[in-house]
Design a protein. Sequence first.
Length: 88
Amino acid sequence: LTIDEFFEGLTHCRGPAKAKSIFMIGRKLEEIWTVLNTLAAEMAHDKEVFLKKLGTPRAPREGSVLQRSRSGRQSPRNALRPRTSLWQ
């Protein structure tokens, strides 16, 4: 679902309050997405600079972060850390 498709769907909502609420949620979601993309790009850049200074090659990973998180596989860094609920 693209942002354009999402906003197109807003036009089919009924009632001004509902449409306004959904619109505000969509705008906030777009803002969060932009911040996360910026953060990810900066972290990737910082990691490359750091690894270059260490002379260590980048370890390859399979799939995207989303695919890895859905598969339940843990990265080696988190393998020893027990999984806990987000709500604890």
